[in-house]
Write a protein that binds this ligand. Structure first.
Ligand code: SF4
Length: 541
């Protein structure tokens, strides 16, 4: 639904989504292999607000991961509306400065400001919490006036808009073909309480849900746009946060895929205990879920217990990963270093885990304390929070020496993304995972856009990875193996993903990338470069 208010004025709203800092999980180095792609994933939250604004208010949407908002964009607007996460904080502040320089009021909502409103004193209006009563009060205020208030005004949601009343995000305002993957939200919230995670405090522990009709309507909207991404990511905090709901939505996804000839593949975030849900796994396979991001965090059981994530240890870890692979799901894993439980042996255990799990993509990061988490509260009590401007890779005073923690991180990414090892893990997926996926009809994918994209990708992988790279031998070893089994998609996928991971890890080892998603070093570097920093997967699920 749209905002139910009757407005008296017409306001031109410029929605600006800030650029992201590059990370392992964004594949930014691989965009050049894909032709038109410039950004990772459409920003759900800001697109939702854009769709909720009064129908009479014209909206222009700029994702600065694709192109920066121009002077003409700011001139056009009455209001500049921004949303973002902590990792984008410097870029968020920069947009306010540009809006004010153009004489426009700046409004900020989203996850970062909801967790830490004090970080953004320069904004005229803050929207705290999810879409709800605060959104309506803010719209009423903007309808009255677009003159900057004498002091910052805050609007905090007390009553959230039910997800079942969410409008279809304003996909029509963005060029979907510039994104690597599409995004979709079915639920919000997670029942667990992992120590480092801000999801329960921000979005609640009782997952709230959209209806099946909403989800298929969103998919229809994406499908209507030529060149829509081939992969759609469920951005839910934990796809199985409500297992019954997951079980019930999946048949609708299967029916939608069958009706349209399987035009997309799905991916999501979920806890590792998904491996116990064989009925859900069968349905996911049928709906063509192909990867799942799991916050494995650490292979050490004591560490999982200490961070209150022992649900990850509810069955043996390798067995759980193997089960997901049997249903055609390639696992992507989040890993955290710098935990209080880390010892001199943690590095070896992580390397062993990388080898035994055969997980190709691991986002290995240093622990970072986020506001509104039990970790933040504990470290604050213990005097172990470090100021953001200290120029370190994390805001946590580790128990082990800082230099040793960072050196461990460097050795672990060097180990994980050594080309021989990386392609060996991909090769392992050919028989253990890719072969278990269902064969889908070509009908849904056979269109000019996909053909063009496929040709461009195949050419670039063959030339840049298979011919010109210094890791071509490792690539061809895995590629030949997959080709002999007819897995052409797998060859393109592994070439594409590895290209990013190898290049990104080499940059990180040279000191050109940060060790934590939220590191001030990384943020400042991204700003100084003025380039096109891109999103990271967060520490969740
Ligand atoms: S880390 Fe994942 S499982 Fe834990 S609370 Fe956050 S979303 Fe839930």
């Amino acid at each position: 639904m749209r905002c139910p208010l009757t407005t008296a004025s017409q306001r031109r709203v410029l929605c600006v989504f800030p650029a992201y800092t590059p990370s392992f999980g964004t594949f930014s180095h691989a965009y050049r292999l894909m032709g038109r792609v410039r950004a990772f994933m459409p920003p759900q939250g800001l697109l939702l607000i854009a769709a909720y604004l009064p129908a009479a208010w014209p909206v222009r949407f700029i994702d600065e991961n694709i192109r920066p908002a121009s002077a003409a964009d700011f001139d056009w607007a009455d209001i500049v509306l921004v949303s973002g996460m902590h990792i984008q904080a410097p870029q968020i502040r920069d947009i306010a400065a540009r809006a004010h320089a153009a004489g426009k009021i700046a409004v900020l909502g989203g996850a970062s400001v909801s967790g830490s409103p004090e970080l953004y004193p320069d904004y005229d209006y803050l929207h705290l919490g999810e879409i709800g009563d605060a959104t309506d009060r803010l719209i009423a205020r903007l309808d009255e006036s677009v003159v900057a208030p004498p002091a910052q005004m805050r609007f905090e949601t007390q009553e959230r808009l039910p997800l079942s009343d969410f409008p279809v995000p304003a996909y029509h305002l963005i060029p979907l073909d510039r994104y690597l993957i599409g995004s979709l939200q079915f639920s919000s919230g997670c029942p667990y309480r992992c120590e480092f995670c801000d999801i329960p405090a921000l979005y609640g522990r009782q997952p709230r849900l959209k209806t099946a009709e909403q989800i298929t309507a969103e998919l229809d909207t994406m499908l209507a746009q030529p060149g829509h991404p081939y992969v759609v990511y469920f951005v839910d905090d934990n796809f199985i946060g409500n297992r019954k709901a997951a079980r019930e939505i999946l048949p609708h996804l299967i029916a939608w895929q069958r009706k349209h000839g399987y035009p997309v593949q799905f991916t999501c975030e979920a806890t590792l205990n998904l491996a116990k849900q064989t009925e859900i796994l069968s349905l996911m396979r049928e709906a063509q879920f192909v990867t799942v991001f799991v916050g494995i965090e650490t292979p050490e059981a004591d560490a999982l217990k200490a961070m209150r994530k022992d649900h990850n240890a509810s069955l043996p870890m390798m067995e759980a990963i193997g089960t997901l692979n049997k249903y055609g799901l390639e696992v992507t894993s989040g890993i955290i270093l710098g935990l209080d439980t880390d010892t001199a042996d943690s590095e070896n255990r992580l390397k062993k885990f990388i080898d035994l799990s055969h997980i190709p993509i691991l986002t290995i990061n240093l622990l970072q304390a986020l506001p509104r988490t039990p970790l933040w509260d504990r470290l604050l009590r213990d005097g172990r929070l470090i100021a953001d401007d200290a120029g370190l890779e994390s805001n946590v005073r580790f128990l082990r020496p800082y230099d040793e923690v960072v050196a461990t991180w460097r050795r672990c990414i060097a180990y994980a993304y050594d080309p021989d090892r990386l392609f060996a893990r991909f090769l392992h997926q050919v028989d253990t995972t890719y072969v278990n996926r269902i064969a889908t009809p070509a009908r849904g994918k056979l269109n000019m856009n996909n053909l063009r994209r496929g040709v461009v990708l195949a050419f670039n992988v063959a030339v840049r990875v298979g011919l010109l790279s210094d890791y071509r031998r490792s690539f061809w070893r895995a590629a030949r193996y997959a080709l002999r089994r007819g897995q052409i998609d797998a060859v393109l996928g592994m070439g594409f993903v590895a290209h990013h991971l190898i290049h990104f890890s080499r940059e990180a080892l040279r000191g050109d990338q940060n060790a934590s998603f939220y590191s001030t070093q990384g943020r400042e570097r991204a700003n100084a470069q003025g380039g096109n920093p891109l999103p990271s997967l967060r520490q969740s699920a």
